[in-house]
Design a protein. Structure first.
Length: 326
């Protein structure tokens, strides 16, 4: 029987996953370094906020329901003018090109489930929350820590391709506005009752389910608001819920999970022991569906892991049965 132990989040998992799947800038190649450029002026006065964060407006449950693109079309971006329509990159993640008061173009990203949010890296505060600042060239990446134990936060990314101080000033201003809107009247997704957008994937997985893939203690890490990572030695299982293209049965092998749910399993062909398994939960638009994805990979000499797809399928059957309304 497996046991689950919680641990801090995987740093940058959501950010890297987002940029890897988007067209346009290859943001996954940006190398961020900590900076203190003007941090005292941008952050709230006083020391870094300490103690527990018990604000109901920034809990995982509350943030899953928030429409991030609507945040970039209201008081949170006061002083900026939209240059293009907002584009949702993923649940909780949105990007919008804008113009500042000087007419300079800036690309603004907001991520409500940032995993690169260690309170030990905070240089100040914003809206009463610890503020972590990372920057590189004309890009500034500001994160308000929302959960200290799991290192989750709300981030705003401002990209000017000019002076980093300007980017950090704009990024902090938008982040402060986002936190304020979340507390006073956050815009919410208009999702049907059976949508996965409000589901906490980590609560669906039990130790009994994990026993299909692991033997013994398993470490649980949060991967944003819609993902979980389970680790043991050199084996990893990741569960993600998102919107994407429908699963193509021809790309793998169909696997019956329940009477109503059939997944597609794709076994890796490299040296690692790999298997990706996914299925459609509900149709969203002509080409988009809500997807559930499980990915397993382990080192080739991991004992007892010859049948990677059988192991991940055992977990998937439990997850499919546990999803509300499935």
């Amino acid at each position: 029987m497996s046991r689950v132990r919680r641990q801090g989040s995987v740093l940058g998992v959501v950010l890297l996953g987002v940029v890897a799947g988007c067209s346009g800038e290859d943001l996954s190649k940006v190398n961020y370094e900590r900076t203190t450029v003007g941090a005292e002026a941008r952050a709230d006065g006083g020391e870094v906020p300490s103690g527990p964060i018990d604000d109901p407006a920034v809990t995982q449950e509350a943030l899953r329901a928030v429409d991030p693109c609507a945040l970039l079309d209201g008081p949170a971006v006061a002083g900026l003018t939209a240059a293009e329509d907002a584009r949702e990159v993923d649940w909780g993640v949105c990007r919008r090109p804008m113009l500042d008061a000087e007419g300079r173009q800036v690309s603004i990203w907001v991520d409500l489930g940032e995993t690169n949010a260690s309170p030990s890296d905070a240089s100040g505060g914003v809206g009463g929350l610890p503020l972590v600042e990372l920057s590189n060239d004309g890009t500034c990446y500001m994160t308000a820590v929302t959960e200290t134990d799991q290192e989750l936060g709300i981030s705003v990314w401002a990209d000017y391709d000019t002076d980093v101080g300007v980017a950090c000033d704009t990024g902090t201003s938008v982040l402060r506005g986002v936190v304020e809107v979340l507390r006073t009247g956050p815009p919410r997704y208009r999702a049907p009752a059976d949508s996965l957008v409000n589901v906490d994937p980590c609560t669906l997985v039990t130790a009994e389910m994990l026993g299909h893939a692991f033997d013994g203690e398993v470490i649980l890490r949060r991967a944003g608001l819609h993902g979980c990572v389970f680790e043991q030695d050199r084996a990893t299982l990741r569960l993600t819920m998102r919107v994407g293209y429908p699963v193509d049965p021809e790309e793998g092998t169909e696997v019956a999970l329940t009477d109503r749910v059939t997944a597609v399993a794709e076994k890796g062909d490299g040296d690692m022991l790999e298997c990706d398994l996914s299925w459609r939960h509900r149709k969203v638009a002509e080409y988009d569906t809500e997807l559930v994805e499980l990915s397993y990979y382990a080192h080739p000499d991991t004992p007892g892991n010859e049948a990677a797809c059988e192991r991940v399928a055992g977990v998937a059957r439990g997850v499919a049965a546990a999803i509300p309304g499935a």
